[in-house]
Write a protein that binds this ligand. Structure first.
Ligand SMILES: Cc1cn([C@H]2C[C@H](O)[C@@H](COP(=O)(O)OP(=O)(O)OP(=O)(O)O)O2)c(=O)[nH]c1=O
Length: 210
């Protein structure tokens, strides 16, 4: 599988499901368009990342997949991407404090032929609701000082110390971390028309990591 992402979390989730990965990062402009809904934004960015990575491929593994994703945190109409700096991270965490927000990951997965052309595509968005505890200024300050928020949408990582901010979630957990792996494996299975085998393989390999 070619993964069009620099995210170490996405790499780990796919490796734990048994995929051998080649990383082909795609640099694109991630600016939200005026009036663009958060779910439309992540769908568009995932497709743009996949297309940019495909255009630069020098080698395609036989029977290969290419996967790209984009994750955003949002509340109402406000989309929270990665914070600009520590004070922007603190501002985001103050907004999330005591409230429920949505985390949406857009995914674009292509099945490629050996010449790099696209045979078929799965393109979907998965959304998880996350509720934060009420956070004090001292808690926010301590968390921002860890540096953890800086490369993460919404300024937290649920897989790290950010789990101490979370009261509950509804929906898929890996989706918050950056990739809805269970749904992705099922969608890939549909692309190769061999759904059960792909999922069973991922479960066997995932079990060996537990
Ligand atoms: C909410 C949340 C986000 N994140 C991360 C997932 C993504 O890596 C990041 C959102 O930024 P993205 O732009 O989706 O991804 P990225 O820049 O890390 O990687 P690339 O564009 O190369 O694919 O925030 C967590 O790790 N944990 C969390 O709890």
């Amino acid at each position: 599988m070619i993964l069009a992402s620099q995210s170490p979390r996405r790499r780990e989730l796919l490796a734990e499901a048994g995929f051998e990965l080649t990383i082909a990062p795609a640099d694109i402009d991630e600016t939200r368009r005026p009036g663009e809904k958060p779910v439309d934004l992540v769908l568009r960015l995932a497709a743009e990342k996949a297309e940019a990575a495909r255009a630069n491929l020098s080698h395609v593994p036989a029977d290969g997949f290419l996967v790209a994703a984009d994750t955003i945190v949002w509340m109402g109409d406000e989309a929270l991407g990665k914070p600009r700096d520590a004070s922007d991270a603190a501002r985001m965490l103050r907004e999330l404090s005591g409230h429920t927000h949505e985390v949406s990951t857009g995914v674009c997965a292509m099945r490629l032929s050996p010449d790099g052309s696209e045979l078929s595509r799965a393109h979907f968005v998965e959304t998880t609701d996350v509720t934060f505890w009420e956070l004090t200024d001292r808690e926010i300050e301590a968390y921002v000082a860890t540096g953890e928020p800086l490369d993460k949408a919404g300024a937290y990582g649920i897989q790290g110390a950010g789990r101490l901010l979370v009261r509950g979630i509804e929906g898929d957990y890996p989706n918050v971390v950056g990739l809805p792996i269970a749904r992705l494996v099922r969608e890939l299975g549909r692309l190769v028309c061999d759904e059960r085998d792909l999922i069973a393989d991922a479960i066997r390999i995932g079990g060996a990591h537990a």
